[in-house]
Ligand binder design. Structure first.
Ligand SMILES: Cc1cc2nc3c(=O)[nH]c(=O)nc-3n(C[C@H](O)[C@H](O)[C@H](O)COP(=O)(O)O)c2cc1C
Ligand code: SF4
Length: 484
């Protein structure tokens, strides 16, 4: 972990404030067979560490998809994307092209496309890879999408710490502008569109699409009530679409190779078309990212791609797609689950961002839950009471448990809290996401929580009426219990 002083100094000299800027993200795969038809999102990286200049990108089929899109009508492009069924890669999995159809029809006023590049979900680093190493691919996807929805301007709302990615995107945008790929009358098509990079201030809630829009407008990043959805009233009250970085990276390849090809990419493993960048982090031998079909199993990701647990440690649990998903276990039933929206949901979790975080046998689930809840409590925007007050209450209870000061009934309080913060009880999905790891830790690893309570129980002698001593377990109440 980098020291705070070093983080501040890094920020001053324009470097990433955290260790992010010093880590490289390995992306492994079969380089020999990676082509635009087999690995549409990452094939260019099989030949280049990164593609950062326009000439190289163009030599690798860059902007060919855009040319095809501009030769069609906007409606035809939108229909192709809807038929391709690009399920949103930001977590919710909604068909991108279908979402576009909910926009208010053009009325001559401004319309916006926003790329959600906030990526603050712990354990998730796929969008960073795409932006740092393939900035032109995102830009091309955004011009195609902007054309389809009739957008007049686009914004890339990027996590503030992604300094290198923002720099590379800005350089790529300048080159595109200088070469007629952005601005007025793109490639002589009559379509005019420009893109802007906007760096966020580093709040998790800015990833929620309406909080993101508020932040972009210069307001406090509270989510907005829905409806109206952004497609009707988004940025500055105008029709707006928000899509994730990875979702937008799919567009150029669909234009190039067509809808049928896109459906075939799942290799019969899934009903969901296309490929997905999946990943693994934690105590594994080779953490990284891989572009694979939906339906690849968790076992394949952890044990084949990430080469299994390090130093012979045993796998205890895993989060399928970021910190706001439910833990699954090391059972065969869970490890053989296809990494796909429906099967993971049926097993009681969510696919989320599809980047697995492993938990090994040495990790304490109470301490781990506390760590995650601290993050979510800190990131609450504070707009609604259950989340603003409920998440710190969970932290307080878990802090006491972890410090050996738990009381009988604490676990039941935590269980009730996960219900009180569930879907429909709060203004946005932050709180329900926050309690997912906690509720599943309580479900699968209750014994570890019980043990913490038991450790704080003392056997004392009490005297029953009639003077016969009996051994009774009572809980000690410590005055040291901290509030947060
Ligand atoms: C608390 C919270 C944080 C979110 N963070 C992100 C994020 O960092 N990136 C992202 O693409 N979507 C994030 N989302 C989902 C977005 O609200 C939205 O669904 C997504 O950007 C839509 O893009 P897609 O349809 O292409 O997936 C978040 C949602 C919530 C509730
Ligand atoms: S659930 Fe939390 S993050 Fe979402 S609006 Fe309420 S207070 Fe804000």
């Amino acid at each position: 972990m980098m020291s705070i002083t070093r983080q501040i100094n890094n920020r001053k000299i324009g470097k990433s404030p955290s260790q992010l800027g010093e880590q490289s993200i390995p992306i492994y795969g079969d380089k020999a067979t990676a082509t635009s038809e087999t690995k549409p999102l990452t094939w260019r990286l099989a030949h280049h560490e990164a593609v950062l200049d326009l000439a190289t990108y163009q030599s690798l089929k860059g902007f060919e998809g855009l040319k095809i899109a501009l030769s069609k009508s906007a409606k035809e492009v939108g229909t192709m994307i809807k038929d391709a069924n690009v399920r949103g890669r930001g977590g919710a999995g909604f068909n991108a092209g279908l979402k576009w159809t909910f926009m208010t029809p053009p009325d001559g006023g401004p319309r916006y496309l926003i790329c959600n590049a906030d990526e603050m979900e712990p354990g998730t680093f796929k969008d960073r890879l795409l932006m740092e190493r393939l900035p032109f691919q995102l830009i091309e996807g955004m011009i195609i999408s902007g054309y389809a929805i009739g957008a007049t301007a686009g914004y890339i709302f990027i996590r503030g710490e992604y300094i290198e990615a923002a720099k590379r995107l800005n350089n790529a945008l300048d080159e595109c502008r200088a070469n007629g790929l952005l601005g007025d009358n793109i490639l002589g098509s009559g379509y005019s569109f420009d893109l802007h990079v906007h760096t966020g201030a580093g709040r998790y809630i800015c990833g929620e699409e309406t909080a993101l829009i508020n932040s972009l407008e210069g307001r406090r990043a509270n989510p907005r009530t829905k409806p109206p959805f952004p497609q009707i009233s988004g940025a500055w009250g105008r029709p707006t679409v928000v899509n994730n970085v990875e979702s937008l990276n799919n567009m150029s390849a669909i234009m190039l190779h067509g809808v049928e090809w896109y459906h075939g990419l799942s290799e019969g493993k899934s009903q969901n078309p296309g490929t997905k960048i999946m990943g693994c982090s934690g105590y594994v031998n080779e953490p990284g990212l891989w572009e694979v079909p939906f339906g690849t199993t968790a076992r394949e990701i952890i044990f084949d791609y990430a080469k299994g647990m390090k130093d012979g440690r045993k796998l205890k649990a895993w989060l399928p797609g970021g910190a706001s998903t439910d833990f699954l276990t090391a059972s065969d039933e869970h490890l053989d689950l296809p990494m796909d929206f429906e099967p993971i949901m049926k097993a009681g979790s969510r696919l989320g961002t599809c980047l697995i975080m492993v938990v090994d046998e040495t990790q304490d689930m109470v301490a781990l839950s506390l760590n995650l809840q601290k993050f979510f409590a800190r990131e609450s925007c504070g707009w609604c009471t259950p989340c603003r007050d409920g998440l710190p209450w969970g932290v307080k209870t878990l802090t006491a448990l972890d410090a050996g000061q738990g009381q009988q009934g604490d676990i039941e309080v935590l269980q009730q809290l996960t219900k009180d913060l569930w879907l429909g009880k709060t203004f946005c999905a932050h709180a329900p996401g926050a309690v997912e790891p906690l509720q599943s830790a309580l479900k699968y690893f209750r014994n570890e929580f019980d043990a913490k309570v038991d450790a704080n129980s003392a056997v004392v002698e009490t005297f029953a009426p009639g003077g016969v001593p009996s051994a009774t377990t009572v809980t000690t109440y410590s005055p040291k219990k901290q509030s947060v």
